[in-house]
Unconditional design. Structure first.
Length: 435
């Protein structure tokens, strides 16, 4: 592998509050997002390095470090060697190697914010790892699509000559400006104050054993779920969120018959089509929706109730409200938010507390993310950050006809058997829904 170094100008770019928030979260838990692609053959490592080098040449934030200063910002690294962003690992047991790669964190203060790892076994596995400080899942998918395109174009070259994409407006400002003051106030009210009332039982303390687990929903079941969503007028997300809520409620002590909050996400880019918004940015937000924890409800009836609750939240722009409330949280300054999160981290280590479960549908992984020419992708899925205690989350992603559920968690806090039981519960509930 050539030890080629690329040089940059060391420019700085603003880091808006959404980036600052994800940076601060990265200081207390693992904020990495990974896209895992299994291929049916062997890729050319020189062309992959070229492709990743070309992506960093076009995307300033990914080749930068986060400056943790009084006024936080992004600063381009003056130079990057190939080893800083690309590695080839030969593996006798690719799954063991993959699980090791998924635990390798990027320090946003060091950068670069993205890394590509090629795991070479009998067939190749490619892992694109991006720090959430720089981007949400939308940006990970966009970066993967560019890597694949540059790979197809990189034959015989060490770096493509590509125009640099300006960082653009990474803040919420253009999205806020799309809505009237009255709409913004309605959204703020709809989001509501955080009200953690329950959570997966966990053991307080340091996270010494972060890990990941995932479960694939077979194409046959996924097709039946998709048909049900069309027949019932529900979204796939309604069905998945309902199944997640019902499954975790079997593991969390609660009062039957009450409504409880669960966190879910929305990509603000989808709320304002036509408003310029960079792909590589943090423009997805989490908001709470209250759902019934009622054993007397059938799984399908619960999904209908979930749809009703989600439609109300969407109609009242709750996702926009979550962004507004995050902006307000930083009115006291970056240091104040840092102190509050440090207090929270201390509390999680010493006493534990309630934290609502979190479900994220990271969406469809489009074919262009895995188009490496003649070498075809066998599977692809997104792996979410590791939730430290007392957090618990599951993320869903779809590639072709396969839906994958993935969770990052701490084995010394939440037993792996509990997490696997939740994932199996989601599958069982989906099967019951479709009959």
């Amino acid at each position: 592998m050539p030890g080629k170094t690329i040089n940059f100008h060391g420019e700085t770019f603003p880091a808006p509050v959404n980036d600052q928030w994800d940076f601060l979260l990265s200081t207390i838990w693992d904020q990495m997002i990974h896209l895992v692609i299994t291929l049916g053959g062997s890729l050319d490592e020189e062309r992959l390095a070229c492709a990743m080098r070309s992506v960093l040449a076009t995307e300033p934030v990914l080749r930068s470090r986060f400056l943790d200063s009084r006024v936080p910002c992004w600063e381009e690294l003056p130079a990057l060697s190939t080893a800083a962003f690309f590695s080839l690992l030969r593996a006798d047991d690719p799954e063991v190697t993959l699980r090791h790669v998924l635990l390798q964190r990027i320090d946003p203060r060091s950068g670069p914010q993205a890394r590509l790892t090629l795991i070479r076994g009998r067939k190749d596995t490619l892992v694109l790892s991006v720090n959430h400080t720089a981007s949400d899942a939308c940006g990970v998918r966009d970066t993967a699509a560019r890597i694949a395109r540059f790979y197809r174009e990189c034959r015989g070259k060490s770096t493509l000559i590509c125009p640099c994409i300006p960082p653009g407006e990474r803040s919420y400002a253009p999205i806020f400006s799309f809505f009237s003051p009255a709409d913004r106030e309605k959204a703020r009210r709809a989001c509501g104050d955080s009200s953690a009332e329950w959570g997966i039982p966990c053991i307080p303390g340091q996270c010494q054993s972060p890990c990941h687990t995932w479960k694939r929903i077979t194409p046959d079941l996924f097709r039946r779920v998709r048909s049900l969503s069309r027949l019932e007028g529900l979204t796939i997300n309604d069905l998945l969120l309902s199944a997640f809520f019902q499954s975790v409620s079997r593991e969390i002590p609660h009062t039957d018959g009450r409504n409880y909050p669960v966190l879910t996400t929305v990509d603000l880019r989808r709320m304002v089509p036509g408003v310029p918004a960079p792909a590589v940015a943090n423009l997805s937000v989490a908001f709470e929706v209250r759902l019934p924890a009622d054993r007397s409800l059938s799984p399908l009836f619960h999904a209908r109730e979930t749809h009703r609750a989600m439609e109300e939240k969407k109609g009242n722009l709750a996702g926009l409200g979550a962004a507004i409330r995050l902006q307000e949280r930083f009115e006291g300054g970056f240091s104040r938010v840092r102190e509050s999160l440090e207090d929270l981290a201390r509390a999680s280590r010493t006493e534990g507390y309630l934290k609502n479960p979190f479900f994220s549908n990271t969406g469809i992984i489009p074919p262009e993310c895995t188009d490496f020419g003649d070498i075809k992708a066998v599977s692809a899925f997104l792996v979410p950050p590791v939730d430290y205690p007392p957090g618990f989350s599951v993320a869903a992603s779809t590639f072709g006809e396969t839906l994958t559920l993935a969770s990052g968690f701490c084995r010394d806090s939440v037993p792996a058997a509990v997490v696997e039981k939740v994932l199996q519960g989601i599958e069982d509930l989906l099967r019951t829904m479709v009959g």
